[in-house]
Design a protein around this ligand. Structure first.
Ligand code: UD1
Ligand code: CA
Length: 453
């Protein structure tokens, strides 16, 4: 038996997207379309995966981490031409080659595997993955003869009215006998409406030369949706989101309204977490067991340990430990760490702040470039004054300290263990442990001042 190879086509510009961003780099559930396809191919386990790049080659290469090789298609002369760009790599190989498109992000490894198995059982020269579309407009149509056997694929723009009425579409995913593929590609011309070398023409050519050609139909059109414009991109997002959300629900996560819950393809959730409506969990975030994440929350690339309760807050690139309570309306900016059972209350902003276990920052406070110890109490409206107009400076508050409401801690500054800062202080010098610092003008009372005129 020969090897198994995969080719992912990703060189097109994506004109119909009307975008500065190359088509396959548009994201679906937080991951580029081409990565989705490559990841599914990886899960099948091919001997070799090649990605054909052209428009935005450098950016596309950068987006793909994994053991793949890249073939450059200098000029985008069509999908048949794109596959020929991999010829130097594959032409000597015996075996099966699957061609996938970088703009069909919903395809699963399971379907690819089924296609390969069917193709190899049938010993066909090519097997086309097809699906039935209620609205087939834009797709190539699978044309069958009077006995129902595959005869060729006709593109939308080249199709007669009768052919356009066909609802069985070419998903753009195929399985070929590798040698037959490259032999037939030499014969493909660009004599068609778009002046392109069409990969689907290989099917008709193989059929004409007496090779066995087959189709493998899948019932789920959603899985093979080709994203050519932003309408299809939004559909793909919806289907992918449903797939992701259904998966997490089967894993024991409660989504109160899955329709309005946005979980990225790379996020990981845990059992008995409860996610309220209108929550976005983005990037490679982890949500621990028994967390409660309430409406209006966005979490980006952050780790939330178990039993954390978050209400209507934004969290970016940060770490929140077990049992912490966040929000409502907290803004946790990158590189912050929140300890166990810490309370970060309403209208609190953290930035590069490390807050150790059981400390409380309950209301209207800014903590930036700061290290806060354990069991610290930070009153309402405290500001770490971390920026002098040129540089950022550190504030350190040691275990058990108490910072009274309305205080400014002008960094660099340190407040010692169990020290006490009186409300309304502007602290410019470090405070020793166990001491009390009062740094404000004394109150002056002028009797009957208001009555004077
Ligand atoms: C293609 C198929 C069509 C099928 C549909 C399924 C052809 C001629 N038509 O049409 O039968 O129903 O997919 O979604 O193949 N690409 C390159 N180099 C090129 C041209 C395209 O790498 O020179 C890549 C694109 O980046 C894209 C993929 O090939 O990822 C498909 O190209 P696209 O232009 O989207 O083809 P469709 O018109 O959708
Ligand atoms: Ca397409």
């Amino acid at each position: 038996m020969g090897g198994r190879y995969a080719i992912v086509l990703a060189a097109g510009q994506g004109t119909r997207m009307k975008s500065k961003l190359y088509k396959v780099l548009h994201q679906v559930c937080g991951k580029t379309m081409v990565e989705h396809v490559v990841n599914q191919a990886e899960a099948v386990g091919f001997d070799h995966i090649s990605v054909v790049v052209g428009h935005g080659a450098d950016q596309v290469k950068e987006a793909i981490v994994g053991d793949v090789s890249f073939a450059l298609q200098q000029e985008q002369l069509g999908t048949g031409h794109a596959v020929r760009c991999v010829e130097p790599l594959l032409k000597e190989k015996q075996g099966t080659t699957v061609v996938l498109c970088g703009d069909t992000p919903l395809i699963t490894s399971q379907t690819i595997q089924e296609l390969v198995d069917f193709h190899e059982q049938e010993a066909s020269k090519v097997t086309v993955l097809t699906a039935i579309a209620h609205n087939p407009h834009g797709y190539g149509r699978m044309i069958r003869d009077e006995r129902g056997e595959v005869s060729k694929i006709v593109e939308q723009k080249d199709a007669t009215a009768k052919e356009q009425a066909v609802t069985e579409i070419n998903t753009g995913i195929y399985c070929f006998d590798n040698q037959a593929l490259f032999a037939a590609l030499k014969k493909v011309n660009n004599d068609n409406k778009q002046g392109e070398y069409y990969l689907p023409d290989v099917i008709g050519l193989l059929k004409d030369s007496g090779g066995k050609v087959s189709a493998y139909s899948i019932s789920s059109l959603n899985e093979t949706i080709g994203v050519n414009d932003r309408v299809a991109l939004a559909q793909a997002e919806k289907y992918m989101q449903k797939r992701i959300n259904d998966y997490w629900m089967t894993e024991g996560v409660t989504l109160i309204d899955p329709e309005t819950t946005y979980i990225s393809a790379d996020a990981i959730l845990s059992q008995d977490a409860t996610i309220y409506p209108n929550v976005s969990i983005k990037g490679a975030s982890h949500i621990g067991e028994d967390c409660i994440i309430e409406s209006g929350t966005e979490i980006h690339d952050s780790v939330i340990e178990k039993g954390v309760h978050i209400r209507s807050s934004y969290i970016y690139n940060s770490y929140v430990s077990e049992g912490a309570s966040i929000g409502p309306f907290a803004h946790i900016r990158p590189e912050s760490t929140v300890g166990k059972e810490v309370k970060v209350g309403n209208f609190v902003e953290l930035k590069k702040a490390a807050i150790k276990d059981r400390s409380k920052v309950s209301h209207l406070t800014y903590i930036g470039d700061a290290a806060i110890g354990e069991d610290v109490n930070i009153g309402c409206g405290v500001v770490t004054v971390n920026y002098d107009g040129k540089n950022k400076h550190q504030t350190i508050v040691h275990d058990g300290a108490f910072i009274g409401s309305g205080s400014n801690l002008v960094a660099p500054v340190e407040v010692g263990k169990r020290a006490f800062v009186a409300a309304g202080s502007t602290i410019t010098n470090s405070v020793d442990e166990y001491s009390l610092a009062i740094a404000r003008a004394r109150q002056v009372d002028k009797q009957n001042y208001v009555k004077k005129d």
